[in-house]
Design a protein around this ligand. Structure first.
Ligand code: ASP
Length: 421
């Protein structure tokens, strides 16, 4: 049995968090491969180490001294080292990094040092081997992961060993560090699990799984026990932020289940995604995801042939299309952009389709209800309407029912919908 365990920055914020992660890893001998993010925020007003490193780089570029920022990164790593009673030479490593900084230092290299140092410390704390991500995760110059090469390299390096490897970065063909976009340690975790044919990829974070609704709006929102990969992707497409967008595909392709768990509550069951029997749980609505501040554009008449041109015009105006449907001479688009871009797109379309009627509605919210098993969602729609919130549009997209409500009534709609689940 092999479990790849990835720990996010909020689970590695300080020495206490590191010790907690150690207890979690060592409590299960199957957790042989550990992937770590850089230390995150210790409290709401704190900074993530990665943010501090990006800021250092911006200072360097403009030839402004960055010691005050770098010192904060240094102190955080020294506190973790001392709080865990480790001998890892992080002070020396950080001094070497600082001594090498010039205005030409690569941004990706500097940003990656948070993960690098966190992995060095975690390897010492666990008594595992440190394997640098630059030694196995390979990118081409376009920033695409060279999967076969990377998987083969990790296979050789990890081979039956217990290892810690940093998330978020790898190396280009010339050896220079290349990072993923923000939150990319999730991708490293998934790739490591796929490379090693792990039985499960654990993603440890600060929430007890995928919650059925945004807990800031629905405090009683509960974690969802099981989801299919398709359901997770449907929720992500409509705005639920669970994992980095590129983290799901490697696991789905290799059919490796993903287990999202909380380091604050390791005993909680978390959310299990993509298990052979992950049937998507209960009937009716399983979860709600939302996107605030969207717009809806209706055009009529529009032939099917024109629909593609419309999408192109909208995209060229800098507007993202969340959803579009065309049929019966009518086209509906759900859009996300600032007001100026939206109006630019609408004006361009009015010129392009002089015969069409065009109706742009702004200040709306998209509320998506993920359908489980036998998903009758009529009760959810009825509950929203009973709460006095008109539903402007109802559409089925993948496993979700999409509902459009006024932005100002969004919270009332979500609460009513959750209550009717
Ligand atoms: N440390 C990086 C970030 O803050 C990557 C990650 O945490 O996954 O975006």
């Amino acid at each position: 049995m092999l479990k790849v365990a990835k720990f996010g920055g909020s689970s590695l914020a300080d020495a206490r968090c590191f010790l907690n992660v150690r207890d979690i890893v060592l409590s299960d001998p199957a957790r042989r491969v550990v992937v770590v993010s850089a230390p995150g925020k210790r409290h709401a007003a704190d900074h993530k180490v990665t943010d501090l490193l990006y800021l250092c780089h911006a200072h360097l570029e403009y030839r402004v001294p960055c010691w005050d920022l770098f010192r904060r990164v240094r102190e955080r790593f020294l506190q973790i080292r001392d709080g865990c009673a480790l001998q890892t030479p992080v002070g020396q490593l950080l001094d070497d990094i600082y001594a090498g900084l010039t205005p030409a230092t690569a941004r990706d290299f500097l940003a990656s040092r948070g993960e690098y140092l966190a992995a060095r410390l975690m390897a010492d704390l666990l008594g595992y081997e440190f394997v640098d991500a630059a030694d196995w995760l390979r990118f081409d110059y376009a920033g695409r992961v060279l999967t076969e090469e990377s998987f083969a390299a990790l296979h050789t390096l990890a081979d039956g060993r217990r290892i810690v490897t940093p998330g978020f970065y790898g190396a280009l063909p010339d050896g220079a560090v290349r990072t993923f976009s923000r939150g990319g340690s999730d991708v490293t975790g998934s790739l490591a699990a796929a490379a090693l044919h792990a039985d499960v990829c654990e993603n440890w974070t600060d929430v007890p799984g995928v919650l059925a609704a945004d807990p800031r709006l629905v405090p009683q929102a509960e974690p969802i026990a099981r989801l299919t990969y398709a359901q997770l992707q449907a929720l992500s497409a409509v705005g639920m932020q669970v994992l980095h967008e590129s983290a799901v595909e490697p696991l789905r392709a290799a059919q490796i289940p993903l287990h999202i768990r909380s380091t604050h509550r390791p005993e909680a069951p978390g959310t299990l995604i993509g298990c052979p029997d992950a049937g998507g749980g209960a009937d009716g609505a399983v979860a709600f995801a939302a996107r605030r501040g969207i717009a809806m554009l209706r055009l009529c008449p529009v032939s099917m042939e024109m629909a593609e041109d419309v999408r192109q015009t909208v995209a060229q105006a800098g507007v993202s299309i969340l959803y579009s449907s065309a049929g019966f001479e009518q086209m509906t688009l759900l859009l996300e952009a600032d007001a100026a871009a939206l109006h630019r797109a609408a004006e361009q379309l009015a010129r392009q389709l002089p015969r069409a009627q065009l109706k742009l509605r702004e200040n709306l919210s998209l509320l998506a209800a993920l359908q489980g098993g036998k998903g009758a969602l009529a009760n959810v729609v009825a509950a929203i309407q009973e709460a006095g919130v008109p539903v402007h549009e109802l559409t089925q997209a993948d496993a979700c029912l999409l509902m459009i409500v006024n932005d100002s009534q969004f919270e009332a709609a979500l609460k009513a919908a959750y209550g009717a689940r």
